[in-house]
Design a protein around this ligand. Structure first.
Ligand SMILES: Cc1cc2nc3c(=O)[nH]c(=O)nc-3n(C[C@H](O)[C@H](O)[C@H](O)COP(=O)(O)OP(=O)(O)OC[C@H]3O[C@@H](n4cnc5c(N)ncnc54)[C@H](O)[C@@H]3O)c2cc1C
Length: 507
């Protein structure tokens, strides 16, 4: 039977950084990283703006970064966690630099620090406008050199195996689908670390790639872990509008930090009506303002205006955004960029302590799937890559101390999985997924109206999916769809009236 000391589910920044640190410190341990598609297919790879770290103590301070994070979080952050993350940031940055990660510098050889909404200072380290790709590539290179780490691509974890004795649940392994061999298998592990990212694919408009289906949250909930704050889904205000694309291309927050305006159909700026910081207000405020304007004007999109900016400097700083706009026929010198808010980040998730531990023994969660207390109601821009690094470090240190007490369990409760079989009927699940996205988006953006009705409709969709597997034996799309419906129901359950995108906006 397959076994590994530590199973890491996910190959984004949290999974890779955790694996690198743990494997280097503990060459005696075996680590397996599973990714449901290729290792590169992550939210991490798409991160543009960069990573928030206080590096210039003459202009900035830890206290200001802490204050900005707490303010963005709307009084719902865990202050001790915020302090821990902000204070650890320089050390974690040093570790990224040690493996050759490069961030841009200015002509004086100092960090070229970007400014993003909600930050009172320029403090975002970035690699052009593709910071996540740079970090992921460097981490993957190191991971492939470590003899005690194996990277299993196209291996999709289906469920966790748990054992409950005297009200204490322990996680001891995972069932997974090996896509290449078309088989469901089981792996025993002494510790499992979920690094499965977010759930943006639940919404019609999202910046998240197809892998972001809330698998980790759904699996952890089934295993008995506590899930919190799922009602706080962050919408990014400036995704490039498209009727047909999913995910939508992101126009980084840093573009507004660089001086771009948000304007309406009449080419007028309107954000100052909603917040004195205008384009530099936090994402929740700007997204809400745009939703309001869309409602009033019955338009499908608003615009980002970059025409007044120094075009050479713009394309130097944002080469990927410039070329993507050009490829889509948008000339930044002359044209406005059509934009819509899009689901971007899951602020809540699997509840963990300061070391990434869930309430289930031997089960950890880090990165976007975890609810650490850092983000509160609304994540401050560029704090999530940082959170992933800090919690990967914390979990790695914790597991180093505790793993000696964790032995392999031989007890396996084999659930009844539908037969693993590829099928041409996958498009049926695409249709069901689309219907789910419409329901969740309508619920979330309409002030959480009709929770009971939306819940009932989602349950009907799930029933339809169940009837499909009986007749067609479609396994993997079914399992993913089940995770999506489970996560959607958690969002609906945890939604509170006051956190809605259509709430009256306070000036
Ligand atoms: C367009 C975009 C831009 C962003 N820009 C920034 C930014 O500038 N700064 C910032 O701080 N944050 C940014 N973010 C957010 C940030 O990128 C993510 O929060 C972060 O990268 C999440 O990392 P992660 O390791 O938790 O998950 P991910 O990077 O999403 O990785 C998830 C991994 O889990 C795997 N997985 C999922 N389910 C399963 C399963 N069932 N079985 C096996 N594997 C599974 C996936 O295959 C993948 O490997 C951005 C996000 C997006 C979408």
């Amino acid at each position: 039977m397959l076994k590994t000391d530590i199973l890491i589910v996910g190959s984004g920044i949290s999974g890779l950084f955790f694996a690198m640190k743990t494997a280097k410190k503990r060459p005696d341990l075996s680590l397996v990283i599973m990714a449901k598609e290729t290792a590169k297919n992550t939210n991490t790879r798409l991160a543009q703006g960069g990573i928030a770290v206080v590096t210039d103590l003459s202009a900035d301070s830890f206290e200001q970064h802490i204050k900005d994070t707490l303010e963005a979080g709307g009084g719902h952050c865990d202050e001790e966690i915020v302090k821990m993350v902000v204070h650890q940031a320089p050390e974690r940055l040093k570790e990224l630099l040690e493996i050759g990660t490069s961030f841009d510098k200015n002509e004086e050889g100092k960090w070229d620090l970007g400014l993003e909404g909600g930050h009172s200072q320029n403090r975002i380290l970035h690699h052009k406008d593709n910071s996540g790709l740079e970090i992921e590539q460097k981490l993957l290179k190191i991971i492939k050199q470590l003899p005690n780490v194996e990277l299993w691509e196209n291996h999709q974890v289906i469920d966790l195996n748990t054992d409950t004795k005297k009200d204490k649940t322990t996680c001891s392994g995972a069932f997974f689908y090996d896509k290449k061999h078309n088989r469901i298998k089981y792996i025993r592990a002494r510790t499992i670390v979920l690094c499965t990212g977010g759930c943006g694919q639940l919404f019609e408009n999202t910046t998240n790639p197809k892998i972001a289906t809330g698998d980790g949250v759904a699996m952890a909930a089934r295993a008995g872990a506590q899930i919190e704050d799922m009602e706080y889904i962050q919408f990014h205000p400036t995704a490039l509008y498209s009727k047909s694309q999913n995910p939508l291309f992101l126009i980084s927050e840093a573009v507004r930090g660089f001086g771009a305006y948000i304007v309406n159909e009449d080419q007028k700026r309107f954000l100052f009506k909603y917040d004195a910081r205008g384009e530099l207000a936090t994402r929740d405020i700007i997204s809400q303002a745009i939703f309001k304007e869309l409602q009033y004007s019955a338009q499908d999109y608003m615009y980002l205006d970059c025409r007044h900016l120094d075009q050479d400097a713009f394309s130097y700083h944002f080469p990927m955004i410039t070329s993507h706009c050009n490829e889509n026929g948008i000339n930044l010198k002359k044209d406005l960029i059509p934009i819509v808010p899009a689901a971007h980040y899951q602020c809540g998730g699997i509840k963990v302590n300061q070391n990434g531990r869930t309430g289930v023994k031997n089960l950890y969660a880090i990165g976007e799937c975890a609810r650490t207390g850092l983000h509160g109601k609304n994540r401050l821009a560029s704090n999530s890559l940082l959170e992933a690094l800090v919690f990967a470090h914390q979990a790695s240190e914790d597991i180093d101390k505790t793993i000696a007490a964790f032995t392999y369990s031989s007890k396996i409760v084999i659930p009844k999985f539908p037969k693993a079989e590829q099928s041409n009927d996958y498009h049926v699940f695409d249709i069901l997924k689309k219907e789910l996205q419409i329901l969740v988006t309508a619920f979330y953006t309409s002030g959480n109206c009709n929770a009971a009705l939306t819940k009932a409709k989602i349950e009907i969709l799930h029933e339809e999916a169940v009837s499909l597997i009986k007749s067609h034996e479609i396994t993997i799309p079914f399992i993913e769809f089940s995770n999506m419906t489970a996560t959607a129901l958690l969002i609906i359950e945890q939604c509170k009236k006051q956190n809605t995108l259509s709430d009256p906006i306070k000036n």
